[in-house]
Design a protein around this ligand. Structure first.
Ligand code: ADP
Ligand code: MG
Length: 250
């Protein structure tokens, strides 16, 4: 579904990703963990085309994503293709980023209406369906400031799902939440995993990773240092950095 091949990312002279290669098969869950500043968010942002890359390539369903090499030069894929690819990814951020002046349902239906061009009725049908999926159909007419942080993040998940993406990307979806609100968001993510949603999840929740990840990835200093089925990676980290990281988070 998604493949990164030796991806290099520079911010000026600072290299944030050093030859990162990763395969995400359809219907699988990849959890990415690692210390702060190790390049986890940058990795998600390159996949979502929020950041350009300076080396390597990203493939989505076998096609180059974002840019291609022509006559030795990297050129963007056609705007239409890039738009189609961008819409294949749904992203959920640490800070929920809901529009404060819109109800839950309006937040969820905005992009389906404006980007996918759905009628209001059709967008609302899909919106209510996805709000139900995260357990919030009854909050459809509430504004974000009338919702708890956990509820707001569940609306943000419904909003991403309402675009019917092929891959869901999560960047520390529970890190901004009070501890008692984390479980309800993890429950939604678990249910998506059970439904076979292809997901890449940056998280500090090692229990979640151990439970739902098909592959666990540990990053440090812009590199993948550990990678494999969570049980194996957790039981037998291959690197000293990996061992130290797991010791610190447990
Ligand atoms: P993580 O999500 O693992 O905490 P990030 O991907 O946010 O790490 O950042 C990786 C490194 O890249 C950090 O050193 C960070 O300071 C740097 N970085 C991230 N975004 C930018 C940017 N827009 N400009 C310059 N440096 C950046
Ligand atoms: Mg980050």
């Amino acid at each position: 579904m998604l493949e990164l091949v030796k991806v290099e990312k520079f911010f000026g002279s600072f290299q944030a990703l050093h030859g990162v290669s990763l395969e995400v098969p359809a219907g699988t869950v990849t959890c990415i963990v690692g210390p702060s500043g190790s390049g986890k968010s940058t990795l998600l942002r390159t996949v979502n085309m929020l950041e350009s890359i300076q080396g390597g390539a990203i493939f989505f369903k076998g096609e180059l994503c974002g840019e291609e090499v022509r006559n030795g030069y990297r050129v963007p894929v056609s705007p239409a293709k890039a738009r189609e690819q961008v819409l294949s990814f749904g992203m959920v951020f640490q800070s929920f980023n809901l529009f404060p002046n819109m109800t839950a349902l309006q937040n969820v239906t905005l992009a389906p209406r404006t980007v996918r061009g759905l009628s209001r009725a059709e967008a609302e049908r899909i919106g209510v369906e996805h709000l139900s999926r995260v357990g919030l159909a009854d909050k459809r007419n509430n504004y974000p400031n009338e919702l708890s942080g956990g509820q707001q993040q569940r609306v943000a998940i419904a909003r991403a799902l309402a675009m019917e993406p092929e891959v869901m990307l999560f960047d520390e979806p529970t890190s901004a939440l009070d501890p008692e609100l984390v479980a309800e968001v993890l429950e939604v993510i678990r249910s998506l995993a059970n439904d076979g949603t292809t997901m890449v999840i940056v998280t500090h929740e090692m229990n979640l990773a151990a439970e739902i990840a098909d592959q666990l990835v540990v990053m440090a200093d812009g590199r993948i240092i550990e990678q494999g089925p969570p049980r194996e990676v957790l039981a037998h980290p291959r690197t000293e950095r990996g061992r130290a990281f797991f010791a610190a988070v447990n």
